[in-house]
Design a protein around this ligand. Structure first.
Ligand SMILES: NC(=O)C1=CN([C@@H]2O[C@H](COP(=O)(O)OP(=O)(O)OC[C@H]3O[C@@H](n4cnc5c(N)ncnc54)[C@H](OP(=O)(O)O)[C@@H]3O)[C@@H](O)[C@H]2O)C=CC1
Ligand SMILES: Nc1nc(O)c(N)c(N[C@@H]2O[C@H](COP(=O)(O)O)[C@@H](O)[C@H]2O)n1
Length: 305
């Protein structure tokens, strides 16, 4: 017999089984848990278990329904997640689909001893893919985010140059991650001033989401579940790439110091919004234990995408 959460998700995602995945990018599901005041973590990014048991099981069913799960390096370093499906009931005759973990990690800051790599080494998880900036990427880094020992210098023409030891540091980190089992995938970066801009007005240097999706589709990923954290949620919502958003709303308030994601998109037709902008409308809502799970689907100009 189907679990209620499994049945609910199969129903909200049934349009995917009816039509083949596009060639250009995977189906993208953005899913996370938030408080009533739209916080996904505590002060300074402290991990919070917002989901109750029932909605956490729903999240693990959702994981089985995707080829891959993506998180940002902030989440990988802060939470050391496993991204597996361990809360599901007794193993069935056919093993559950275990999604591939993918980490967006511009400068390869991931720890080679993280749980995702340990699980892979112990045969308990799929090989993690770590997506970083292409090695010939000359985009300047924002202040204070360099993971290497070297600083960028600005030339008289305004271009930034890197000391060779920065490349060596990154190469060494690449090698130790590969030795631990990670597959490293390089993509170009893009600059976004408004979405992840720094307080000092400089633009952030981030991996390009459309490029990442193209690469993943080329590598055979047909469905991608994006779990967060805050910056990743913002970046995915800022691009017209998310098909379905599934939010677990926990009946708690975290307060103003909590970590929020401040969505750059709106559901309601906003004054001045471009008609081609992707908006999200409610498709289904279900209570699991103490939590409400709200499913939104993308629409462009009034049509489901
Ligand atoms: N409640 C929930 O469901 C969830 C909560 N969380 C919480 O979220 C918090 C972490 O969030 P946060 O600190 O924002 O970190 P994220 O996990 O969002 O990672 C952000 C980092 O990813 C890297 N990155 C690379 N490319 C991009 C891109 N295109 N857009 C955005 N980031 C990119 C950047 O680091 P770099 O430049 O070094 O590559 C950036 O700093 C944790 O507290 C965690 O517990 C996380 C997931 C779900
Ligand atoms: N669905 C959900 N509810 C919460 O309350 C959460 N804190 C999260 N966090 C996400 O799940 C990751 C942890 O996964 P594992 O338990 O290690 O498998 C965490 O890193 C966030 O991505 N999710």
């Amino acid at each position: 017999m189907e679990d209620p959460a499994q049945a609910f998700l199969l129903d909200v995602l049934k349009h995917r089984s009816a039509s083949p995945c596009p060639d250009t990018q995977p189906y993208v599901t953005l899913s996370f848990a938030q408080s009533l005041d739209a916080k996904i973590a505590g002060a300074h990014g402290r991990q919070l278990i917002l989901s109750g048991k029932e909605s956490m099981i729903m999240t693990h069913w959702l994981r089985t329904m995707h080829d891959a799960i993506l998180v940002g390096i902030g989440t990988a370093l802060n939470d050391d997640p496993q991204l597996n499906v361990r809360y599901l009931p007794h193993p069935p005759e056919t093993p559950y689909n275990l999604p591939r973990p993918i980490i967006l990690d511009t400068d390869l800051r991931l720890s080679p001893t993280c749980k995702l790599l340990q699980n892979y080494q112990n045969g308990k998880g799929r090989r993690p893919w770590v997506i970083c900036a292409a090695s010939d990427d000359a985009t300047p880094k924002p202040k204070g985010t360099s993971a290497s020992t070297t600083t960028a210098e600005t030339t008289s023409t305004g271009h930034h140059q890197y000391h060779p030891s920065e490349d060596i540091d990154k190469l060494l980190r690449k090698r130790s991650l590969e030795e631990a089992g990670a597959r490293i995938i390089q993509v170009p970066t893009s600059q976004r001033r408004n979405v992840q801009g720094h307080a000092d007005g400089t633009a952030s240097r981030h991996l390009s989401i459309p490029e990442i999706l193209t690469v993943l589709r080329d590598l055979g990923v047909r469905s991608l579940m994006v779990e967060g954290g805050a910056q990743i949620i913002r970046s995915f919502l800022a691009e017209p790439v998310v098909d379905v958003v599934i939010i677990t709303v926990a009946p708690v308030l975290v307060g103003k110091d909590g970590t929020g994601y401040e969505s750059p998109v709106v559901s309601l037709p906003a004054e001045g919004a471009s008609p081609s902008q992707r908006r999200f409308v409610q498709k289904a809502t279900r209570v699991f234990g103490k939590d409400a799970v709200v499913v939104l689907e993308a629409v462009t100009g009034g049509q489901s995408v």
